[in-house]
Every structure is written in structure tokens, then in C-alpha cells.
Design a protein around this ligand. Sequence first.
Ligand SMILES: [Zn+2]
Ligand SMILES: [Zn+2]
Length: 360
Amino acid sequence: MTRGLVFGAAGERPAVEEITLEPVGAGEVQVRVEVCGVCHTDLHVVETGGWGMRFPILLGHEGAGVVEEVGEGVTGVAPGDRVVIAWRAPCGDSCRACRRGDQRRCSNNLRARRRQRRASDGALLTPVLRCGTFADRVIVHEACAVKVPEALPVEQACLLACGFSTGAGAALWSTPVREGASVAVIGCGGVGLAVIQGARLAGAAQIVAVDVVVERLDLARGFGATDTVDASAGDSVAQVRELTDGVDYAFSAITSATGLADAVRMCAYAGTATLVGIPPGGRTLDVDLDRDLFGPKVAIGVTHGGDTIPQEDFPFLAQAALDGKLDLDRFVTKTIALEDVPQALDDLHTPTGVRTVALL
Ligand SMILES: [Zn+2]
Ligand SMILES: [Zn+2]
């Protein structure tokens, strides 16, 4: 029996239900999901009444497990392989970015057919971000099944699927941080802490963590921040500028409307401010075009999930973790059962640890 966390309709609370799977198709991979991280995007799906997707929705997009079965023509993985399930899978040749060789900016990710149904009524499920990994078993496009070393514990490996790669990738690939540079990270939730880890791996000399909660700043120091700014104690832009004279890179990893504007104002001349994570709709950027942007020649960047090329980047990040250059171990601060995921999604409003991972 396969079970999954189904979001049946806008306003309903997600619930664990029985699921049936269709046979694996050509170019597809069936994965026995072992773990799935609790990521903010699933909360976004619930709170936006489905994020524009068709109901019923199968939640989860930060999964890892073992390949159970492969469809015709699949050569990259075989049954028994440990895989992380990626929600990004660049098309390689059919979008404008991929045709010019820039897969990090692919706008046309590959996806498997929808192959999971709710057992109670046979309704075809829409998996979040083509994953739906809050389920025992999923069927994904072979490009989304990324082999990683088994030496990396699976509950750490799953973080590569979204949250960790989003943060680390923002600093490594979306806006590559130069060695010796100064960096500010606004917001020290799981993604912000991963930005700090990515900036550290890139060789940043100074990493200033900004948050309103002192405990989050303590966590940030543990993950590589060299300085911290308590934004509840007054103007965080002024505090960062006093510490750094302006940073080369500022990352906004909060949903508040002021995050990106603050990041822009924290930048030194010719710095780059990068927006990380999904902002709520309706927010606008309030900056003075002359004083904040043109004069200091600040660039603005956006990352989608760290702009990763999963088949290359996940093994790279996994190896960096095994080599002790990234600290995935301390990112997993709580493990829960699938039934507890709805509560864990609620708890994302007031995070205490770093990452909660569901064991399936
Ligand atoms: Zn593409
Ligand atoms: Zn996510």
C-alpha cells in the first residue's frame, strides 16, 4: 500500500490517504521515498489554495530514497540506487536558455506524466513541483532522479532536493560569490543558513547574518557567519554598512517586502542584491532609483531554487558535505512521521530548529 499527503481542496487540511500508482513509463523512474524535508513551498501551496495547480494535490518536493523500478530506456539509474528527487530538470535543448547552453536558466523543466491516483476515488493527483514526495512511492522523470553517494545519510541527502540547494546555490551559482568577498544574508531560516554555507564554500571573507531573532543569529554563527546583526535592535542596513562599508553581495531570504530593498541598500558600489525564495503576491520593491540603484550601480538578481543543474550539483554538494566542507548534518534538527507533516507546515511560521524531515 502506498500512502501520501493529499491536499484535496482549497481550505482543506492536508491528510494522509491511500494512493495507487500506474506502471512506470519509458524514461521514468519509480522511487521508494524514504525521507522528505518539510519545505516552505508546500506551505505556500496550502496557503495560496493550491498555487494554481489542479486538485487533488500530492504534497512534498524535498525527497530522497531508493530506485525501485526503471522504465524503458532509462540508463542513468538502476534499482537499488540512492537518489535525491530534483524538482528542477533542465530540458537541455528546447528552451531559449538551454539552446544557448545556459541550463541554469532553463524555463522548461522536464517532468514525468502524472501517474499517482487517490485510491478512494481514482482522481489523478498533481504532485507539487513534479515531485509529490510526501508519499511512499513516486514516479519521476529520469532526469529528476539524481544519484548521490550512499555514504551521505538519506535524511541529509533529501535537503539537497530543495531548501539547502536553494540557499547554497544562490551563493554558488545564481550570484556566484567571489573568493574574499563580503556578504550579507537577511533571514536565517533554513534557506538563509544555506546561503551562509554556500558563501562560506565559495570563500567569502566576511559573512554578515541578519535576523530579528537572537537564537537564529547564534545558529548563523555556527554555520559560518563571521558577524551578526540583530535587526530588532534598529536599522539593519546602517548596522551592516557600519560593519562592512557595504557588501559585495546581499541575499534576501525572507518573505517581507522590505528584504530585497534592504539588500539593495546594503550593497557596496557595483554590488549585487539577490532575491531568494518565493515572495507573497502583491509586494513591490521600494527603492530610490537614483540613490539606491543607479548611483551605487547595484544589480538585482533572482534565484529559482539555486538555479541548480541537479545531475551535476547535487553530487557536488553531497561530496562537499562528506568532505566536511558543508554542514548538512546539523541542518536536520527534527524527524517526524508523515501524519505530523500538516502540523510541521504550520510550525514553519515560527521556526525553532533548522529543518524538519519526515521519515516515510
Ligand atoms: Zn531548457
Ligand atoms: Zn522547497
